[in-house]
Structure formats: structure tokens, C-alpha cells
Design a protein around this ligand. Structure first.
Ligand SMILES: Cc1ncc(COP(=O)(O)O)c(C=O)c1O
Length: 392
């Protein structure tokens, strides 16, 4: 029998990079602007190639990328930004940090944006920030067309969507700006880190300056020099740069991206098929235009009362599997009612209902199918124990 894997452990760093890390330790060249052709610059060039975009800006986190994206839009203070209510607390926080007001949109029980609520609320906002939460893509054809019709910018929070496509187009390249995370629980792991991508030279130049390219350090970036000169000294410097150490770690993992995407999808679909054999579990299907790159699985518990849901969490945890039920874990950062820092509150019954029964298990690409089977066995066995009344 296979042991339950530690799903919280991150993706390992390829060992070939050790000599480069030791070089960095020896020469201390951790600051991205210290020398020409830094690891940070190399990451930006390679990431632009991988994503097929003109410009990339590596920064300290995805939250930093989102903040810079919002700041680059030239919106007035207190501009209203529409985002899904199912996301991580750092996302509305980036809106607040940019001096804007988050407006939360309902999400469905398949974790995607409720388009009826979206079409109503888009009439009241100045920008849209789509979090593809846990890598689930909302209908980007409708969202893009609504943004174009309203003539407002669209930012994609693709923290969990590196490698996902929509109608063959890479997620993060559909809106005006895409933002990704390199925090440890993502497809590429540098502990902390993020990246901002765009084809828009104006937005890019502003983001580069604000990220902390002081004086003429913008020379060490991709981009249009005239645009950098235009914004030089006109914008605040928020110093959200990435360090060369984080960049070296990501550069070493980029060649593994395609195989991680394939394995992540394989692990997810295999586990989903097993879980869907239970009448008490619902793993939502992907949308037809979507090709996913999951690093975790989400599923809803069907017809379990609150005591049974609590028992489910307890039994799986006793079996060594960490299952997070978003709405039931105390102070969960993905439950919108815990975001007491928001200036406005929202009644979102659909999202609330989904969060009360939606479960989350990490499935890093490094897991084997036997390990995925062990995970699904723990979940299925916990449900049958509860439903057969043995655990009551
Ligand atoms: C959907 C989503 N967006 C943004 C972030 C923020 O990423 P970072 O930790 O790199 O700031 C996270 C973090 O997990 C996230 O889940």
C-alpha cells in the first residue's frame, strides 16, 4: 500500500542549478541591476518567449504584479474594480493597496464567475480583474467582449494558471495584463516571486519604473526606451523587484514546465475520475474551450450536512490527508466574509454556499498515480464511513 504523500511539499528545484546558486553565493550578485544580463533579465526574456508576449517584468510576488498592473492603468483614486468573490485575500488586498475599491462578483458551484452577476456589475466598475482561482477559467470570450463593450481594462490573475489555455490561447495573454505567481505552491517554485506580462509598451514602461527601476536601470529591461524616458521620475518607485536568486530558481524550472503541466493534468483527471464514482462528490468538469494545467483538485460535497462535512474533514485529516474546506476552516483567506478590510460588504449567497462545501487538495505534478489513488481512496473511504453511519 502506498503512503499518503505530503501534498504540501513544493515542487523540487532541479539539482543542475546548484552550481549556479553557489556562484551567486560566492559573488553575492543578488541585486538584479548589479550587472548586465542578470538572471532576472534572462527570466523575463525566456518567460516572454514561453508566453508569446512582447514584455515580462519579474517582481517579488503575484500580488506585487497585480498592484503594478492596477497602478499602471491610470485610474483615479477610488476607482471600482470587479473581481470574483472566490479568490485569495491577497487579490482584493492588491486593489485596496492601489487605492481602488474591490467589487465582488458571485461565483458558481463550478468555481467560475457567475456571468449574470458579472454582466450586471460590470456596468458599475472602471476595471475588471479576473482571478482564475485554482486554475479554473471563467468564460473568457464573454468576459473579454463585455470589457471591450464597456471600454474598460482587463487584468488576469493567473497565479494558478501557468500553462492553461482557452481556445488555444494562453491564460494571462487574453487581457491587457497577466500576472503569475512563483510562490511555493505554484507550478514554478521560488519561495516567493511573480511576473507581469503584457503586449502594451506603455503599461509595461510604467510598471517597470514603479517596480523600482530607478535612474536609468530600465535600460536593463525589454521595452521601448522612449516610453521609459517619458515616465522617468514621473511615477513613484515601489521597489517590488525580484532577486537574482529567485530568478535563477525559476530559470532552472522553466524547461520542466511542459512536463509539469502534463503530469499535473494527468494527476488531476485521474483523481477526478475516481472521486466522481461517489454520489456524494461532484468534481466540476472543465469548460470546453479550456485546457487546464492543475496543481490541485477541488470538489464539492453533495448532500452532506454540516456535521458530516466536519466529520469528513476530521477523518481525512486523521488519515494523513490535508483537505481544506474553504468556508469551514476558521479565518480561511479564500472566504470573502473574512476580508474585513474591504470598504464595502457584499451579499453573495451562491459563492457562500459553494465555499461551505468546496474541498481543496493539492496535487503537485511530482505525485505518482499510485499516490493520487491513495489520496482518492482516503476521500472515498471517509465518505463511505460517514454515509454508512459507522462514524456517527
Ligand atoms: C488566485 C491567487 N492570486 C494571487 C495570489 C498571490 O500570489 P503571491 O503569493 O505570489 O502574491 C494567490 C496566492 O496564492 C492566489 O491564490
Amino acid at each position: 500500500m502506498v503512503d499518503i504523500p505530503n501534498v504540501k511539499a513544493a515542487e523540487p528545484i532541479p539539482s543542475q542549478v546548484m552550481s549556479e546558486i553557489i556562484d551567486l553565493m560566492n559573488n553575492g550578485d543578488l541585486f538584479r541591476y548589479n550587472s548586465e544580463g542578470s538572471a532576472a533579465h534572462k527570466l523575463e526574456i525566456e518567460f516572454s518567449k514561453v508566453m508569446g508576449v512582447s514584455f515580462s517584468l519579474a517582481v517579488s510576488s503575484c500580488s506585487a504584479a497585480l498592484f503594478l498592473a492596477l497602478k499602471s492603468l491610470n485610474l483615479p483614486r477610488n476607482a471600482r474594480v470587479l473581481l470574483p468573490a472566490f479568490t485569495f485575500a491577497a487579490v482584493p488586498s492588491s486593489v485596496i493597496h492601489a487605492d481602488f475599491i474591490p467589487v465582488l462578483c458571485e461565483c458558481r458551484d463550478d468555481y467560475r464567475i457567475d456571468l449574470i452577476d458579472f454582466k450586471e456589475k460590470i456596468k458599475t466598475v472602471d476595471a475588471v480583474l479576473i482571478s482564475h482561482m485554482r486554475g479554473h477559467t471563467s468564460d473568457m470570450d464573454i468576459i473579454l467582449s463585455e470589457c471591450k463593450q464597456a471600454d474598460i481594462p482587463l487584468i488576469e490573475d493567473a497565479a494558478h494558471s501557468l500553462g492553461t489555455t482557452w481556445n488555444g490561447k494562453k491564460i494571462g495573454t487574453i487581457g491587457d495584463i497577466g500576472c503569475f505567481s512563483f510562490q511555493s505552491y505554484k507550478m514554478l517554485n521560488s519561495g516567493e516571486g511573480g511576473i507581469f506580462i503584457t503586449d502594451n509598451p506603455e503599461l509595461f514602461a510604467k510598471a517597470v519604473i514603479m517596480s523600482g527601476a530607478y535612474e536609468h536601470n530600465w535600460i536593463k529591461h525589454q521595452g521601448d526606451q522612449a516610453k521609459f524616458k517619458k515616465w522617468q521620475n514621473k511615477l513613484p518607485l515601489y521597489n517590488l523587484r525580484i532577486s537574482n536568486l529567485s530568478a535563477v530558481l525559476i530559470n532552472a524550472q522553466l524547461p520542466e514546465l511542459n512536463s509539469r503541466i502534463e503530469k499535473g493534468r494527468r494527476n488531476h483527471d485521474f483523481t477526478a475520475e475516481h472521486l466522481n464514482t461517489s454520489p456524494w462528490i461532484f468534481v466540476p468538469k472543465k469548460l470546453t474551450p479550456e485546457e487546464r494545467a492543475p496543481d490541485s483538485i477541488q470538489f464539492n460535497l453533495i448532500n452532506l450536512d454540516t456535521d458530516e462535512i466536519d466529520l469528513f474533514e476530521k477523518i481525512t485529516s486523521q488519515s494523513g490527508l490535508n483537505v481544506q474546506i474553504f468556508g469551514r476552516t476558521k479565518d480561511n483567506a479564500r472566504a470573502f466574509w473574512n476580508w474585513q478590510f474591504l470598504p464595502e460588504t457584499f451579499e453573495l449567497p451562491k459563492t457562500r454556499k459553494m465555499l461551505m462545501s468546496a474541498c481543496d487538495v493539492r496535487l503537485p505534478s511530482r505525485l505518482t498515480l499510485d499516490e493520487c489513488k491513495a489520496i482518492s481512496d482516503v476521500i472515498l473511504s471517509a465518505i463511505s464511513t460517514i454515509k454508512s453511519g459507522v462514524a456517527a
